[in-house]
Design a protein around this ligand. Sequence first.
Ligand code: S3P
Length: 172
Amino acid sequence: MHPTIILVGPMGAGKSTSGRFLARTLGLTFIDSDKVIEERTGASIPLIFELEGEAGFRQRERAVIDELTRLPGIVLATGGGAILAPENREVMRSRGKVVYLHASVEHQLERTAHDRHRPLLQTPDRRGRLEELMRIREPIYRQTAHLVVETDGLGPRRVVQRIIRGLGLKRR
Ligand code: S3P
């Protein structure tokens, strides 16, 4: 049985795309914590931010991450800010292998160019926002991760190869 693999990293690093591909390659189930929050509440992430603020969203995120990290052998993609809460970092590291998908702000900008679904990017200065978030979060991503994978210029297939090699996993 493979360990649970938890993908962390900024918006636009390809956590969902690579995560889905990784799960298929290993024969595991893919789960996206943001999607679970949306299904449970029946509300989109932007609406949750609007009604409950970021604090309300983070509270829901903590509950869902605590629950999902208990599932055996899944690939879990988390939202870009999931590593902010110490309790999330603790359960992610102790219950699975945490992989940080690193992407430069340049690549994040490209990959999120047409996005209307991320409340934190609904600002005229997206570059400034992404740089600010990276300044704060980069050290936390690195501290939390068992493995760091550079994704700039790589498609999901190569990202997945690096994760499998880096964690010493076997394909199904
Ligand atoms: C967030 C990232 C989003 C989502 C929410 C907040 C963040 O997830 O959880 O909009 O704080 O960086 P993705 O990283 O999947 O876009």
